[in-house]
Every structure is written in C-alpha cells, then in structure tokens.
Design a binder for this molecule. Structure first.
Ligand SMILES: [Zn+2]
Length: 153
C-alpha cells in the first residue's frame, strides 16, 4: 500500500507469477473502482478495503465508475436535485436527492455517513459484479487462469 500504482502492478506481476494457478489471489487495501478493474486484469480474485466506507464517513461519494469524487461538504451541492449517480440502485440514490444528502452531511447527521457508505459500497459491488460476469462469460480469460469449469468458481 502507498506505492505508486506502476510499482504495485510490477510487484503483483512478479508475485502472481509465483503463485499456483488453481488458488484464489487476494489483494488487501485496494478499493478504488478503477483499481479493482486494473488489478483483476492482472489476475487478482479477491479484494478487501476500507476505502468505500472511509470515504463515506468523511462525506465523499463516487460519482462515476472511474472514481470521480463528490465532496458532500461543498455548499454548491446543497439544493441539488437528482441522485448522486443516475443509474445507481442504492438507497441513497433511489430515495434521496444529492442536495439533501449534502445537507445531512453538513449538519453532521450520521444518516449522511451511512447513505454515502451504502452508495460507495453499491458502486463497488457493481464493479465486482461486472468483473465477475466478464470472467465467467467471456472467452478471453487468459489473464485470469482458472482450473475447472466456470460453474465451479
Ligand atoms: Zn447510489
């Protein structure tokens, strides 16, 4: 953690080459949406990270799948209608306008931390689901070596 991403990728390539192909590969501390995609393409199967909830507790929500951030402390967000992300199905995006969540955050209402965390976790879940479907349903799994049938994964 903390290394430049190019260094992390180089270390992962070297490390993954030494690991057995038939075992899951776990990477701790990576939780940014675009990083999940990058490292999954290198062969990582499992991630865990505090980032989505840490950001949520600090009033930051991802506004796209590249990991663009919105700071709920910004006064400019107050009164803004519409969800954090238009096609997000989380409770924050389906039940609350962005401006209301920003107002909750700026008044230090704990509900804002929960809504922001649920949104970030929902986005990350979508990224993970898309990656899973890509591995399961595409022919090009050369970077993600597996043993057995897809249904056994
Ligand atoms: Zn959402």
């Amino acid at each position: 953690m903390g290394e430049p991403k190019a260094v992390t990728a180089a270390l992962l390539r070297a490390t993954l080459a030494e690991l057995p192909d038939d075992r899951p590969r776990y990477l701790m501390g990576v939780g940014h949406p675009s990083d999940l995609v990058t490292y999954a393409r290198l062969g990582i199967d499992l991630f865990d990270c505090v980032l989505p909830t840490r950001l949520g507790r600090n009033g930051t929500v991802w506004s796209d799948f590249d990991g663009q951030r919105l700071d709920l402390a910004r006064r400019a967000l107050l009164g803004r209608g519409g969800p954090i992300l238009a096609d997000c199905e989380c409770v924050a995006c389906t039940k609350w306008p962005l401006g209301a969540i920003a107002a909750l955050y700026q008044s230090r209402d704990p509900l804002a931390f929960r809504l922001a965390s649920m949104h970030n976790l929902t986005m990350l879940g979508r990224v993970a689901g898309d990656l899973r479907r890509t591995v399961l349903y595409t022919a090009d799994t050369s970077s993600m070596l597996r043993v057995g049938k897809a249904s056994d994964w």
